[in-house]
Design a protein around this ligand. Structure first.
Ligand code: SF4
Ligand SMILES: [Zn+2]
Length: 437
C-alpha cells in the first residue's frame, strides 16, 4: 500500500471511530424514546413528518432495524441512528415493514393522496407520487427481509391497481444492496412489482468526487459499483436517481458549489436524476461537532441558490416532460428538522430580507419546478449590500482556507474532532439535562 493510500485509510478509520462514538451516545438517548414500532407508523419519527420529503409529495420512512452503515460509522452527517431502539423481537422488527405498509394502505386517502402538492406539469401525468424508504436502504437484508419486501411491495402494487392510479414511486437504497438484489433469486418476484409501481431507484451517492464522497462524507462507495447499478437499470428500463449532498466539512463554499455542479453534470451525462440534499445539521454528528467548535459552517443561502441555479441549467439539457429531472430534499433538513438550518444559521452572510426571498423562491420551485422564479429571486437580491459581503467572504475563504491542501484540511479537522469529542459530548449532555428540567 502506498503512503498516500495508507494515510487515506487511516483517516477513514479515524473518522469512522468518531462517528461510532457519537452514535453510541445518541443510541443511549434514543433508548428513552417511546417504541414507535409497536404501532403502525407512517414516515414520522421523533417528530418528523412525511411532508419533509424529496419533493411535493410524501416520503414514508419505515424504520425497521438500524442501517448497518450507521453502526459501522460511515456517512458522517447521517442522523438515522436517531431512530429509537426497539424492544421487539428481531422477527417483529422485520415484520414491522409490513405492519407500517398496511398503515399506509389503510390511510391512503389521507396520507398518500392528501399529501400530494405538485404544481408542475407532472401533476396531470401521475395520480400519486411518493417516496418509500427504510432508515437506510430498502434492499438491505440487515433492515428488511426478502419475504417482508415482497409482501410490502405486493400490498402497495395491489392498492395502486385496485384504485386504478398512475403512480410514481421513489425507492431509496444503497448501491451495493441493490446490486445484490439484482443478482438474487428475489429479482424475478420483485421486479414486476417495481414496474407496476413505476419505481425510480434512488441511490445514496453524495458526490462524484472520490475524496468528497469517501473521505469527507465517508460513503464507502466505489464509482465502479455505482455505474454498474445504473447501467443495469438502464438496460432494464428503470430510471435511476442519486442523492447529492451539499453540506461537506473541510471545503470552501466555492468548492461545495463546484463539487455539486460537477456531480450534477456527471449524473446528467449518465441520465441519472440528481436529488439535491441541502445540509441537515443534526446533533451528535461530526459536522455538528465541528460547527459547535467554529470549524464548519453551513452553506450560505446564496450558495444554496447558486447550487440550484447550476443544477437547473445542467439538467434542463435533458429535460423530458414525462418525469422529474431533478428533486430537492427538504430545505430545513430532517425529518425531523434540526434546530439550526442554513436559513437561521447565525453565521450566514446573507441578510434576513434576502434570506427570506431565497427561502420563498426555493420552496416554491420545489413544488412547481418553475425555474423562472429563480430570475425573480436573483433580481430581488442583486442590489442588496449583503451581495458584496457574500462575494468578499467567498474570495477570502478561497485565498486563505482554500489554499491549503484538501487532505490536510480534512486531517486537521479529524484530529481536532478526536481531541474535542469528550468536551462536545459533555456539552451535549448538559444541554440534554437542561432541556429535561
Ligand atoms: S447508508 Fe444512508 S442511512 Fe445508512 S448511514 Fe449512510 S446515509 Fe445514513
Ligand atoms: Zn441582503
Amino acid at each position: 500500500m502506498s503512503k498516500l493510500n495508507a494515510d487515506y485509510e487511516n483517516l477513514v478509520k479515524r473518522t469512522q471511530a468518531i462517528n461510532r462514538r457519537l452514535r453510541i451516545e445518541l443510541f443511549k438517548i434514543s433508548e428513552k424514546l417511546p417504541d414507535i414500532r409497536r404501532k403502525p407508523f407512517f414516515g414520522q419519527f421523533v417528530n418528523g413528518m412525511a411532508t419533509e420529503s424529496l419533493g411535493p409529495f410524501p416520503e414514508f420512512i419505515l424504520p425497521t432495524h438500524p442501517c448497518s452503515r450507521t453502526l459501522q460509522g460511515y456517512c458522517s452527517p447521517c442522523f438515522f441512528s436517531k431512530v429509537p431502539m426497539s424492544s421487539l423481537s428481531r422477527e417483529d422488527i422485520y415484520n414491522s415493514l409490513v405492519v407500517q405498509t398496511q398503515y399506509i394502505i389503510e390511510h391512503f386517502d389521507e396520507i398518500v393522496i392528501g399529501f400530494q402538492s405538485r404544481e408542475d406539469s407532472l401533476k396531470n401525468k401521475f395520480d400519486v407520487t411518493f417516496c418509500y424508504a427504510c432508515n437506510g436502504s430498502l434492499f438491505s437484508d440487515a433492515e428488511t427481509t426478502q419475504s417482508t419486501r415482497k409482501q410490502a411491495f405486493q400490498m402497495l402494487a395491489d392498492e395502486i391497481e385496485k384504485r386504478n392510479l398512475r403512480p410514481l414511486t421513489y425507492i431509496e437504497t444503497c448501491v451495493t444492496d441493490y446490486l445484490d438484489f439484482l443478482s438474487s433469486n428475489e429479482f424475478d418476484i420483485i421486479f414486476p412489482l417495481l414496474k407496476k409501481l413505476n419505481a425510480v431507484i434512488c441511490f445514496g451517492f453524495e458526490s462524484a468526487n472520490d475524496v468528497t464522497r469517501n473521505l469527507i462524507y465517508l460513503k464507502n462507495l466505489s464509482l465502479i459499483d455505482f455505474e454498474k447499478a445504473v447501467e443495469i437499470n438502464t438496460k432494464l428500463g428503470v430510471q435511476s436517481a442519486a442523492f447529492l449532498y451539499s453540506g461537506f466539512h473541510s471545503m470552501t463554499q466555492n468548492e461545495v458549489i463546484n463539487d455539486v455542479t460537477n456531480s450534477v453534470a456527471y449524473l446528467t451525462s449518465k441520465r441519472v436524476m440528481p436529488i439535491i440534499m441541502y445540509p441537515n445539521l443534526q446533533e451528535y454528528t461530526l459536522p455538528h461537532l465541528l460547527y459547535q467548535a467554529g470549524r464548519y459552517n453551513l452553506i450560505d443561502p446564496r450558495t444554496a441558490l447558486k447550487i440550484f441555479e447550476n443544477t437547473d441549467a445542467i439538467t434542463k439539457r435533458i429535460a423530458q416532460d414525462n418525469r422529474d429531472f431533478w428533486l430537492m430534499g427538504d430545505l430545513f433538513g430532517g425529518p425531523p428538522a434540526p434546530p439550526t438550518n442554513f436559513f437561521n444559521n447565525k453565521h450566514k452572510i446573507t441578510c434576513s430580507c434576502c434570506t427570506e426571498n431565497i427561502r420563498n423562491a426555493l420552496q416554491q420551485i420545489r413544488k412547481s419546478h418553475d425555474s423562472s422564479l429563480l430570475n425573480f429571486c436573483k433580481k430581488s437580491i442583486s442590489s442588496c449590500e449583503c451581495q458584496l459581503k457574500y462575494r468578499d467572504m467567498l474570495i477570502e475563504e478561497d485565498l486563505t482556507y482554500g489554499r491549503k491542501d484538501i487532505i490536510e484540511r480534512i486531517s486537521e479537522n479529524i484530529e481536532f474532532a478526536e481531541q474535542y469529542c469528550a468536551d462536545y459530548l459533555n456539552y451535549m449532555h448538559k444541554k440534554e439535562k437542561a432541556q429535561e428540567c
